[in-house]
Design a protein around this ligand. Structure first.
Ligand SMILES: *Cc1c(COP(=O)(O)O)cnc(C)c1O
Length: 411
């Protein structure tokens, strides 16, 4: 193992310390802990344990070793030459999270949280999943550590993401269908929280994005910020300077904040853009919580939420299951309010088109989630100068979406 320890060691302590939530877990006006009495002990235990782990170099050595040797990090930063030249504008670089083991960035966070669960002596892991990517990532790390794994998943998502359901089962996880509400990620998350309330002693809840009660948004961000930290080193090596613009798709917001966070010192010199799902259109069904939502509480935190005038959570819609969530992580809400990042959106149709454009020019089939970020890049790059560097987070690969894609395109 001696040689493994000399590899890249990542720790969030390397990162800027002033973008932290306050002691109550708030980023500006967003975040906090809106949870039932019975969960307060859990959330406090988790906060305490994570604070200790954060300052334990041994924890990050094990985390980094798994990222390097199991996940396959660092992922490449790839200059998309043919795509950039076809657009005749900005130089587009792609951070290749699609090349992570299990096909997306979600595994970075799952590894971090399972190590924390192990450290806390928890024997049972629960998770919620939308696209199934977080479920697969969690089932994977549970197999890796021999832990019991229960994944809550909406019935509609089970149908849309059949291959990922099969993967989870092969990995030994129990997949629990959730038939309430919209039968998607929101309801799966509510079920997982209910399970945690019922089994607080032996169970660790691995949340898949920068959402939920404090300390999850901070913790998941720290685990995912390995993306931005690597990208920063890689772009300096490739171009000898920092990028001009960062782009990532936003569901809950974890791949986006993972890329953005290590660059926040450079904002506002640097343009930071998150891209939400505009679904069928912003005046129809969509999942653009930052563009169209209002402040409200969802799954334990204050955030921008899609809701009607009575405060009822509205149905979110996106062609991509991973963006189909009516809220968005509190730190993004804060970055938007503080003017440190801006948020655009892309419709289902535009995402599908952009997925095809990327495949045609670069031989990369990205996830439908990622295709929303690609749409922004493809439409904005031609408006930038040739020396403008745009760095896009390619959050995952599209294999899981083939059924959906075939349902929409005449292939
Ligand atoms: C889950 C997922 C997303 C959306 O989640 P974030 O937390 O916003 O990153 C984006 N891309 C892929 C490939 C995903 O699997």
């Amino acid at each position: 193992m001696a040689s493994q320890e000399s590899d890249n060691t990542f720790s969030p302590l390397q990162l800027n310390n002033y973008h932290q939530p306050d002691t109550r877990g708030y980023f500006g006006e967003f975040g906090g802990k809106f949870i039932p009495e019975t969960l307060i002990k859990n959330a406090e235990e988790l906060t305490r344990e994570y604070e200790q782990a954060k300052h334990d170099p041994g924890f990050w050595a094990e985390y980094s070793s798994l990222l390097n040797h199991y996940v396959g990090r660092p992922t490449p930063l790839y200059y998309a030459k043919r795509l950039s030249e076809s657009l005749n504008g900005a130089k587009i670089y792609l951070k290749r999270e699609d090349l992570c083991h299990t096909g997306a960035h979600k595994i970075n966070n799952a590894i971090g949280q399972v190590l924390l669960a192990k450290r806390m002596g928890k024997s049972r892991i629960i998770a919620e999943t939308g696209a199934g990517q977080h479920g697969v990532a969690t089932a994977t790390v549970c197999a890796l550590f021999g832990l019991q794994c229960v994944v809550y998943m909406g019935e509609e998502d089970i149908e849309r993401q059949a291959p990922n359901v099969a993967r989870m089962k092969l990995l030994g996880a129990e997949v629990v269908p959730v038939g309430s509400g919209s039968k998607t990620l929101k309801d799966a998350t509510s079920e997982a929280i209910r399970d945690w309330v019922t089994n607080p002693e032996d169970t660790f809840y691995i949340i898949g994005s920068v959402v939920g009660m404090h300390p999850y948004p901070m913790m998941v961000r720290d685990f995912q910020s390995v993306i931005g930290l690597e990208a920063k080193e890689q772009i300096l090596e490739a171009e000898n300077r920092l990028p001009d613009e960062l782009v990532a798709c936003v569901g809950g917001g974890s791949n986006a904040i993972g890329l953005f966070y290590p660059f926040l010192d450079e904002a506002p010199k640097l343009k930071i853009v998150g891209v939400e799902a505009a679904g069928e259109g912003l005046d129809k069904l969509h999942a653009a919580s930052l563009t169209k939502g209002r402040k409200g509480v969802l799954h334990g935190a204050m955030m921008q939420v899609l809701q009607n005038d009575d405060g009822q959570i509205e149905l979110a819609h996106s062609i991509s299951a991973g963006l189909d969530y009516p809220g968005v992580g509190p730190e993004h809400c804060h970055l938007k309010a503080a003017g440190l990042a801006t948020y655009a959106s892309a419709t289902d149709d535009k995402a599908l088109q952009s997925l095809q454009t990327l495949a045609k020019y670069e031989g990369i089939i990205c996830a439908l989630e990622t295709a929303h970020a690609m749409h922004y890049a493809i439409t904005e790059a031609p408006k930038r100068s040739k020396d403008h560097i745009m760095l896009v987070n390619l959050s995952g690969r599209g294999d899981k979406d083939l059924n959906t894609i075939m349902g929409h395109l005449n292939l």
